[in-house]
Each structure stands twice: as C-alpha cells, then as structure tokens.
Design a protein around this ligand. Structure first.
Ligand code: ADP
Length: 432
C-alpha cells in the first residue's frame, strides 16, 4: 500500500514535470521565433526604403533577396542572382503575393541551422525577402533544455521526498492503530481519518462491552441456577438421611418442586433470550388482531390473578399488528404477569388495546407497588430486580423485562414506563 502510493505519487509528479517542460519548451521556441520575425520585419521596413543593392550587409547578419513578379531573382546579397533558380514557388513568396507578407522557417540538415524568411510585397510588384540564419536559436534551446532537465530532476527528487513523507504521514496513524486501538488519540491524527478512527474505536469498545456483558450474564446464570439446585440437593439429602419426619415430608417435597420449577422457569427464559439474541433467527411475521391476542393472554392469567386477589380489567378496540405472534404473546404475558405479581391485595390490572396517532398501542397498568425513579431505568437489564426476594417468591427470574425489551427491538416498537412508588405502574407498548 505504502509502496503503491509512493510509486503513484512519483508517476504523477514525473508526468507533471514532463508536461510542464514540454509546454515551456514549445512556448520558449515560439517566443524566440516571434522575436526573430519581429527583427526581420524591422529590417525589411528599413531596406524597403532604399535600393537593396546599395546596401552593405554583413553575411552573418542577414541575407536580402529581391524577387520579381514572375519569380526571377533580381538581387541577392549573398549569391549571384543570375544563377539562382526561380523563387516563385517558395511558400513565403507565395504568401507575400497573396497576403502582403509571408513568413517561413526552414531547417537545413546539412548546416544544422534554422533559416527564418520574412517576405513583403513591394509597390512595384516585386517581393523583398530578408532572411536570417539562426544557429544561435538552437544553442539557446539546447542550453534551456539542459536547464529544464536539471530543474526537472531536482523537482522530481523533491517530489519523491515529499511523496515519501506524505505517505508516511498518511499511513502512520493506521499502522499505529493496528498496534493498539485504545492508546490512539483521535486528536493526534489528521482530520480526514478522524471519523474512521472514531468508528473503529467505538466498534472496538462495543465488542469489549458486549464481551463483558456476556461474561457477566454467564456468571449470573450460574449463580441463579446454583441456588435452587443447592436447595433441592439439601432437601433430598435430609430426606435420604432420614432426618425429615413423616408429617414434614409433604412440605419438603413442595420445596423441592418449587425450586425445580424455578429452575425450569430460568432455563426457559434463558433459552428464549438466547434465541432472541441469535442473529440468524428469522421470526415469521404475520398479521393478527392485537385485541384478540391480548384478551386470550389475559384469560390465561385469570387463575394467578385470583390467587393474588387481583382483578383483571380488559378494554379497547380491534387493531391489526404485523409481527411475530408468539413473541407478542410472550410480551403481553410478561407485562400482565408483572402487573399481577407486583400488585397489592385487592389491586387491579387494566389491559387496554388502542390506536394512538395511527399506531397500535398496548397498555398494561396496575395499582401495585410501583417502581421508584432510580430503578425504572434498570428494570430492563438482565437479572435486575428491585426486590429480589419478592421476585423469587412469585416465580420471577429477573429476565422477563429483558425478554420484553428484545421483542420490542425486533418489532421496531417502543415501550414507555410511568410509575410511582406505592401507587402503581403503567407500561405502554407502541407498535410501528
Ligand atoms: P422478574 O422476573 O423479577 O419479575 P422482570 O424482568 O420481569 O423480572 O422485572 C424486573 C424487575 O422490575 C422486577 O423484579 C420488579 O422489581 C420490577 N417490576 C417489573 N414490573 C413491575 C411492576 N408492574 N410493578 C412494580 N415493579 C415491577
């Protein structure tokens, strides 16, 4: 990765340097060319005022030629005009005839020189041509190319160093992160990578938290399973050793059964939770009437309610919900069960199915012991119980509301808790 980035940087800078060198060379040549032609034009202007044959023109400086209308050379400052071939077809002459002036650069391989021709049409119909040879132009070009090459090499080296440093700066936080996520401070990395570091860090923390919760849960489960098993084992041992009177036998058997039931309840709840936890589980969603489901579930709770001397009151309207029917049944069951178990003698539980702002709503409200503010936030945690002994004595596992929370999440629903100690609790489930 580092290497590829470096190489790419270098290719880009090399390309940029080459293009710049090429364009500046072309530009430079063009500027020089314009300069030479401007000089020639000035000469031509001066010469056209006088008779060229009268002029003393040094050989190196320039060559002056006069060409007649038919192309015959009338005068040449460097050669015998008579011996020269017809110049009619020379491009600069043709251009001068057509447009008044003509320019041309010719390259001579033999002498390695550029010859610049500037021709202008005179009033008498002849063409006056001035020419200048320029080896110097080429020399200048050669020198500049040398300078350009040197500059290009230096620039390229600078670019390579910069590319190396830049890549290192870009890669370094990522490499550091690979070594240790937690010590990496977000402020120490450059801005563009900050969200990336933040997300990775958050995910990392989530994984750690998740692992911690899992470990806690396992420890809690073991502890919760151990208590009833110890009790069962203890009672059985007493019976085995003949330490229980015949008349107490029933009471002991009852204790064994109660603890065994607690174990069963616990295992059932743990299994439900782990099922809800597993991501592969696909809950088949179906449309059903929430009112009918709540009413049926309530009927199942009539016996335990009677035992606690609690009255169940059902009301509401029919409304359709799309969801996992057995999961919603479990949810309703858990809420009603809590409303009965944490109630007072002669208390009431109101179960209502309504539509609120076009959302199906289930309300389970009781006149029971209530939950104080500080506990309200935590009751959905696994094994969290306000009063452990009351929960246990009524067959609670501390997992009921954790299961409720899971089911709510799976249905994109929401739950609100309103409660006052000594007055009662109102739980409201709002479906999406
Ligand atoms: P549990 O099996 O102990 O009932 P839950 O997860 O269902 O476990 O509930 C957690 C705790 O929340 C309960 O132990 C109880 O203290 C409190 N709680 C739940 N529902 C009610 C309610 N309707 N009234 C008062 N307290 C409640």
């Amino acid at each position: 990765m580092k290497k590829t980035m470096n190489v790419r940087f270098m290719i880009i800078s090399a390309a940029a340097i080459l293009i710049t060198a090429l364009i500046s060379t072309i530009l430079f040549f063009h500027i020089l060319k314009r300069q030479v032609f401007a000089d020639l034009q000035a000469y031509e202007h001066v010469i056209s005022q006088v008779d060229p044959s009268m002029l003393e023109i040094s050989k190196e400086e320039m060559r002056v030629t006069v060409i007649a209308e038919d192309g015959e050379v009338l005068f040449d400052s460097q050669a015998n005009a008579k011996e020269m071939e017809n110049h009619k077809d020379r491009p600069e002459i043709q251009a001068a005839r057509r447009y008044g002036v003509g320019e041309k650069v010719r390259w001579s391989d033999t002498f390695s020189v550029h010859t610049f021709y500037y021709a202008a049409l005179m009033e008498d119909g002849s063409v006056l041509r001035v020419a200048k040879q320029s080896t110097s132009l080429y020399d200048v070009m050669k020198n500049t190319i040398m300078v350009i090459v040197v500059i290009a090499v230096i620039t390229f080296i600078l670019c390579a160093v910069a590319a190396h440093l830049l890549t290192r700066r870009m890669i370094e936080p990522i490499e550091r992160m690979a070594h240790s996520l937690l010590v990496l401070e977000e402020d120490n990395v450059y801005e563009e990578i900050r969200p990336f570091v933040k997300t990775i860090k958050e995910q990392h923390m989530n994984i750690l938290n998740h692992a911690k919760l899992r470990q806690e849960f396992t420890a809690n489960v073991s502890h919760e399973l151990k208590t009833p098993l110890t009790a069962i084992s203890g009672y059985a041992e007493l019976i085995e050793n003949g330490m229980v009177q015949q008349e107490d036998m029933g009471r002991f058997a009852g204790q064994i059964q109660k603890n065994a039931n607690r174990l069963l309840n616990l295992i059932n709840d743990i299994m439900k939770l782990s099922e809800l936890d597993s991501e592969e589980m696909e809950i088949p969603f179906e449309k059903f009437d929430l009112y009918d489901l709540a009413e049926n579930t309530m009927h199942m709770m009539e016996l335990p309610a009677q035992k606690q001397d609690v009255e169940l009151i059902f009301s509401g309207e029919h409304v359709e919900v799309n969801g996992g029917k057995s999961l919603i049944e479990e949810l309703i069951y858990n809420l009603i069960s809590n409303a009965i178990r944490y109630n007072v003698k002669g208390g009431r539980v109101y179960i209502k199915v309504e539509v609120e702002n076009e959302h199906p709503v289930l309300v389970v409200e009781d006149t029971g012991i209530g939950i104080s503010k500080e506990h309200q936030e935590r009751i959905f945690e696994r094994f969290y119980r306000v009063d452990k002994s009351r929960s246990k004595s009524t067959g609670g596992t501390g997992l009921g509301l954790a299961i409720v929370k899971h089911i709510i999440a799976q249905h994109d629903a929401a739950i609100t808790v309103e409660s006052e100690e000594g007055k009662g609790t109102k739980m409201k489930v709002i479906f999406g």
